[in-house]
Design a protein around this ligand. Structure first.
Ligand code: NAP
Length: 283
């Protein structure tokens, strides 16, 4: 069997088109959806990420304001900026680019964002809403993974999903989303004994570890759906995921590539959350 590819670029394009349509509809009502992005310091990867976020937003008609602050900014000043944006009715989404400089407490900063504008879905209120099945904002990466499963019409009901990784922004919310779709969910992590024993039973495997070849061909049930969240570099310095793509592709039913899989979907879901925030604010 050769797995079918779930094309993240194509799906992200569809999501962006949908966001563009919803943005036009809000604009017609006199509302300009607006994402405020706060970047503190000069972290090179963060500079690239925020540039993409601004370009993605503008491409779909969303307004994006990028505030750049020096690494020497005090935490109190950053909190004051976040609070001001919370109070600004023209701003619908607030994103504080992580990581923050070491002298800042990222948790305190994120918790200062109004949950109504928490388009990254990192606030405790967002995590709680996901946990109890109430409307909130879902973190963009697992949300994008779920959309990828939806795109192939995959019915998760009663299926066994194994999530490898338990971070607060990927693994745990992914598990909650899958559970919300009536899957039976196993969460594996670095202390899991015999990872393969779990993955071999899985109908769906989501790998969110950050290590190459965490999932190899012998660990996958024939026909399973494999979602690769990982972002690593191979020996040639090229972007690769956590999954041994060439091997796993031979047994899986569906597989997401890296690049061109979860990455573009993560970017697209930020736009989806932003338009959602603007629509909720508009009533
Ligand atoms: P993280 O916070 O470092 O979490 C990694 C998880 O993997 C931890 O739960 C860890 O277990 C587990 N783990 C480590 N080694 C393992 C092993 N050998 N077997 C099983 N589990 C193992 O990372 P993250 O932020 O969730 O990100 C995970 C990966 O996704 C990274 O490569 C990151 O770059 C990528 N990512 C991609 C996107 C995207 O848009 N494509 C977005 C976000 C993240 P413990 O909890 O026991 O330590």
């Amino acid at each position: 069997m050769t797995a079918q590819i779930i094309d993240g670029n194509a799906l992200a394009r569809k999501v962006r088109e949908e966001v563009a349509g919803r943005t036009q509809a809000l604009k017609a009502k006199g509302v300009q959806p607006h994402l405020a992005i706060l970047l503190v310091g000069e972290d090179p990867a963060s500079q690239v990420y925020v540039k993409h976020k601004v370009a993605d937003s503008e491409q779909t008609g969303l307004k994006a304001t990028l505030e750049r602050h020096p690494a020497t900014m005090s935490e109190a000043d950053l909190l004051a900026r976040v609070k001001a944006l919370n109070e600004d009715p023209s701003v619908h989404g607030i994103l504080v680019q992580l990581p923050l400089p070491k002298h800042m407490d990222s948790h305190r900063v994120i918790e200062t964002i109004s949950p109504a504008k928490d388009v990254d879905g990192f606030h405790v209120a967002s995590a709680g809403a996901l946990m109890v099945g109430q409307p909130g904002f879902w973190p963009c990466t697992p949300y994008g993974c779920l959309k990828m499963l939806d795109s192939i019409g995959y019915d998760l009901k009663g299926k066994h999903a194994v999530v490898i990784g338990r971070s607060n922004i990927v693994g745990k919310p992914m598990a909650m989303m899958l559970l919300g779709r009536d899957a039976t969910v196993t969460i594996c992590h670095s202390r899991t004994k015999d990872l393969a024993a779990f993955t071999r039973q899985a109908d769906v495997v989501v790998a969110a570890v950050g290590k190459r070849d965490v999932l190899t061909r012998d660990m996958v049930k024939p026909g399973a759906v494999v979602i690769d969240v990982g972002m690593n570099r191979n020996d040639e310095g090229k972007l690769c995921g956590d999954v041994d793509f060439a091997g796993v592709q031979q047994v899986a039913g569906w597989i997401t590539p890296v690049p061109g899989g979860v990455g573009p979907m993560t970017r697209a879901m930020l736009l989806a959350n932003t338009i959602e925030a603007a629509e909720r604010a508009a009533g």
